[in-house]
Design a binder for this molecule. Sequence first.
Ligand code: CA
Ligand code: CA
Ligand code: CA
Length: 618
Amino acid sequence: MRLNTSSSNNAWQIALIVFIPLFWLLAVVLVQAEVPAQERRAALSLESSARSDDFSRRLWVQPGSTTTKVVTTNAASGQLTPPATIRVYHTHYPPTGTIEVVDFETYVKRVVVCEMPANWTPEALKAQAVAARTYGWWKVLTAGSNPWDVTDWTDTQVCCPDSQRDPRSDAAVDATRGQYAAYNGQIILAMYCADGSDPTLSFPSYLNPSPTTPYLQAVDDPVSFGARRRGHGHGLSQWGGYRWSTRYAWNYQQILTHYYFSTTVEVPVGANPDVTTPIGSLVWPWSGWYLTANRTVLTANASDEASGVGQVVFSATYLDDTGSPVSATLGLATRGSDGAWRWPWDVSALPDQALTATITVSAVISDLAGHATSVGDWRLGLDRQVPTGTLTISSTANSPTVTLLLSATDSGGSGLAGMGFSHNWLWEGEDLRHRPGTGQVVSDTEALNGLAWQGRAGSDQAGCWFGPYTYALPPGQAYRAYFRLKTSDAITTAEVAYLDVVDNGGAQVFGLRRLQGLDFRQAGVYQEIGVDLNYTATGTMGLEFRTFWRGNADLWLDRVLVTTYPITYTSSVTWTLPGGPQTIYAKFVDGAGNVSPDATAVLHLPYRLYLPLILKRR
Ligand SMILES: [Ca+2]
Ligand SMILES: [Ca+2]
Ligand SMILES: [Ca+2]
């Protein structure tokens, strides 16, 4: 957004200054009043659409030039040196039309207080501080011959007068002094917006992401499912960060590395000899969530300002198979090419256990000068047992509104949580359209209809299985699409498939999921993988349920079954259905997101009745 750079209107400024805190206060009250998110999207949490959209514009950050100066680095640690000052062109705050040279950290304080309410959580404020610092830094690097680096307004990021600073936002800046988000060690274009919704969006578009900003990729953001996107949707979601910090106790490193794909949070270069401890945090798996497979890869962010990170050692506590508490050192992490520290953890011998109980992970991060930082503890749950249940329909049903009777149970750590229903929303994998050469139809006794689409690693070409271009789902509500998939490799950390639900040929994305081999509980066994979609409006080409097969492991797609978005489990629910014979499917989910086999019932309604599909919740 380009603003008029001529003299501003004082009355409007005053109104804005008064209005901004009032709005944020209202917005914070609204978000705090939301129903607490049940684990793994177990219940409908579509947010009210009544919120003002005014702030989406204020929070937009627009990209600048892609010409990047050479960044100075410290040869020993590889850490970068922040700019000492930044040139702020006043287009909004007085004295307008002038360029102010501002101490860089002071600039960050003046941005954070204006871009995020100071009463938000300290970790959300720290995430904002690092994003604002990184963005300003990137603007300094890319200013070229421009006489200024940033403006004081929304075409870059808002920089308030010093008089508006707040001790709480200042503290977040001080606590992260000099820290930045990096991709391959370099400063990123740290775009952020008010609410990125779920999923966030790739830059500049989902259909054509830019290869120069691979960290601005769409990410699955379940904590923001159903939230209205406000702003461009790229990079850090401010409301999303707030939600993660309040509901799952995430810290700023978890928030930033989640929204900026494949990045690290780094400390600036420091003086030698090294007298400081490193920083770090677990960043994967998502803390506060359940593991549903037999393997995971513990992943940490770690950074040191002088001698560099020497080692990261993970430890964990959990209950063993006799129910006894265990405290164990797991092992020495290895540093990946992306800068993250990883330890593959085989949890197959561990019994399922609730999130509230016993699994915690911590790490000791040491620099090469012998200083160590202990970080943790992150809570995890473990549940690999799918629920089971039955569905019956009243035999006297002869009206379009039928009563569905449910009975379900679950074992494992998380407990029965919800259920969703399907009404012939089923597409066989072998019937979808497939990019030529990406596989073939095979007979498979484990496929529910005896047939599947199979891609063979090393024989078939990696590529997309797409379609069906359907308009069968009533828009304006949320659904979950279950991809019934089988892989030959349930150990690999490689992405074996990328699932998404789109319309308009991919220009409109409703949901996505990256799927590694180890997300499957077992090789050679079908598993239903859910992708949530908030189907806000019908598109122009019809919905597609796409599987991008990566070609690094064999993959079978039996079918895609779509259900209504899970509602809280109850023993009876009414549903208004169209006429004619039909099969109704119920799918039960536990708190970890595991889904039951199909519970089905066949219904014969007179054809004359044909009404909208409305599931009535209790
Ligand atoms: Ca150090
Ligand atoms: Ca379970
Ligand atoms: Ca099939």
